[in-house]
Write a protein that binds this ligand. Sequence first.
Ligand SMILES: Nc1ncnc2c1ncn2[C@@H]1O[C@H](COP(=O)(O)OP(=O)(O)O)[C@@H](O)[C@H]1O
Ligand SMILES: [Mg+2]
Length: 225
Amino acid sequence: MTRRYPGLVALDGVDLEIGDGEAVAVTGPSGSGKSTVLHLVGGMDRPDEGAIEVDYVELTARRLDAHRRRIGFVFQRFHLLPALTVLDNVLAPVLPRRVDFDRRARAMELLGAVGLAARADALPSELSGGQQQRVATARALINRPGVLLADEPTGNLDSATGREIIDLLLSLRERYGMTLLLTTHDPEVAVSCDRIVRLHDGRIVADERIAPDDDVFDRLGGLRP
Ligand SMILES: Nc1ncnc2c1ncn2[C@@H]1O[C@H](COP(=O)(O)OP(=O)(O)O)[C@@H](O)[C@H]1O
Ligand SMILES: [Mg+2]
């Protein structure tokens, strides 16, 4: 797929196939097109050329709304609503909609899954950054998405807390049977995924599958911190 902006090609013929249940890290320098990939896969942006297929179904304009509800999105800056409690933040995406499940029960289940059931009535400002990212993750799962997208989910966290968030995302992927696609600058985050796709100037310059216990740092020289 290709995405252009005036005077700039943000993504230049990127061709990427991601398997069901895979955890893929998109890396690359700032401006290389990482966020653009996530926005296109998430249906928040449209390619100028090429197509995106999810579960073998092409993402056409009329399918975008339904598609956006079937993916979860986690951001670098959490984007919690400050006036709402933790529980209401998790519920926020489904409050205006009719849904076929018990919203509150599901939100509490998800808060349990991210280890924050006891903080349901807290305000985001009463939580640490790592806890706020856990809430944002629970919120992203309220529609039981098959695909979880996370754009620099550890970018605002210290490395130990970032590690916890990545471990959480990977364990939630297993628990709920999701495909995980994240972007990161952090080589340690990237190597904990199954696969690393490196972008440069909107093109894929490396696509490496990571075997367990592989010393990937030795092979991907430039990645070592
Ligand atoms: N809305 C936009 N308008 C113009 N240029 C944009 C827009 N969004 C992204 N870009 C440009 O596209 C390129 C890729 O951006 P992005 O995907 O955000 O990169 P990354 O996430 O790797 O830092 C950058 O050069 C960026 O400036
Ligand atoms: Mg980005």
